[in-house]
Design a protein around this ligand. Structure first.
Ligand code: SIN
Length: 291
């Protein structure tokens, strides 16, 4: 874990602009840097004004959480469609008849659980998903939290020299590790999985802020520099971004929802609840080519 101790104050001095209060929803921040729990809303019938405020809350907090929501599969998909066209996962299983409804499930017989390791969803796509909306219906008695890390904060906390070094670099993201991953669901592998080159630092199209955009799950190497240099830089960046300073942690209850912005957030799901089960669905929203 990187040490950010200094004698000249905190490494990260981000103060969010005071954008004013919300009229139709409540927004309770988990940390000053990332995450907020949203209240006073029924996601099965949000008003247009509430939708505007949800867009704003997502932009201001990068990941937003909801409790006690009761959505059908169609309701979950409809809510996602209000943010854009839906993405179909290149490998993962989906609910019967709903290819955009990804199954998130682990129990005592599972060979693996989704999202165990820091990543940004499907960053191997040439146009990776903008956001993901995870609806958990069945929780273990304890555990199964999801951790989220702000890639804005991780970028902001880099030294100016490191920022200058990373400027203009691109990295290769590869989905080949999906091969065989869902064999336990009887899913046959595709001949190819997506691969794409993306900037190491991207600019968020809504907020205009810069975010680190390399992740352990998908990024294979930084391009245009020797492989050993790429390995060393990526390993530094992965250690740096995993500092708890940039994180919040969500404790699930049944019928909770987490909605994260993959353009500026990485997440990590904990599989600490074996032999219990944890189950839900994820709706993922298409994004744009990172710049
Ligand atoms: C994922 O979408 O990566 C899984 C997250 C989770 O199960 O908490």
């Amino acid at each position: 874990m990187s040490q950010l101790r200094r004698r000249d104050g905190p490494r990260i001095k981000y103060v969010a602009e005071d954008a004013g209060t919300y009229d139709t929803i409540t927004v309770d921040k988990l940390t000053p840097i990332i995450g907020a729990e949203i209240g006073n809303i029924d996601l099965s019938k949000p008003s247009n004004r509430q939708m505007d405020e949800l867009h704003r809350a997502l932009a201001e907090n990068s990941v937003i959480f909801f409790r006690d929501q009761y959505l059908s599969s169609e309701g979950h998909l409809d809510f996602g469609r209000r943010f854009g066209e839906l993405h179909i996962h290149p490998a993962a299983p989906s609910a019967p008849g709903h290819p955009e409804l990804m199954i998130i499930h682990a129990d005592k017989d599972s060979p693996r659980a989704n999202g165990e390791g820091w990543h940004s969803d499907v960053s191997c796509d040439p146009e990776p998903p903008m956001g993901s909306i995870l609806y958990i219906r069945q929780c273990p008695p304890h555990g199964g939290d999801t951790l989220f890390a702000s890639m804005y904060a991780a970028y902001d906390a880099l030294s100016d020299r490191m920022k200058a070094y990373l400027d203009g670099l691109k990295a290769l993201h590869d989905g080949e590790h999906y091969r065989g991953q869902y064999a336990n669901y009887g899913i046959a592998d595709k001949p190819e999985y997506p691969r794409a080159e993306h900037p190491v630092v991207r600019t968020h199209p809504v907020t205009g802020r810069k975010a680190l955009y390399v992740n352990k799950g998908f990024t294979r190497r930084i391009l245009g520099i020797p492989l050993d240099e790429s390995d060393a830089i990526l390993s530094y960046l992965y250690e740096h971004m995993a500092n708890p300073l940039f994180q919040c942690r969500f404790r699930w209850r049944e019928n909770s929802i987490a909605f994260w912005d993959n353009r500026c957030v990485q997440h990590h799901a904990m599989w600490d609840y074996w032999p219990h089960a944890r189950s839900g669905h994820r709706v993922t929203i298409k994004g744009e080519r990172p710049v």
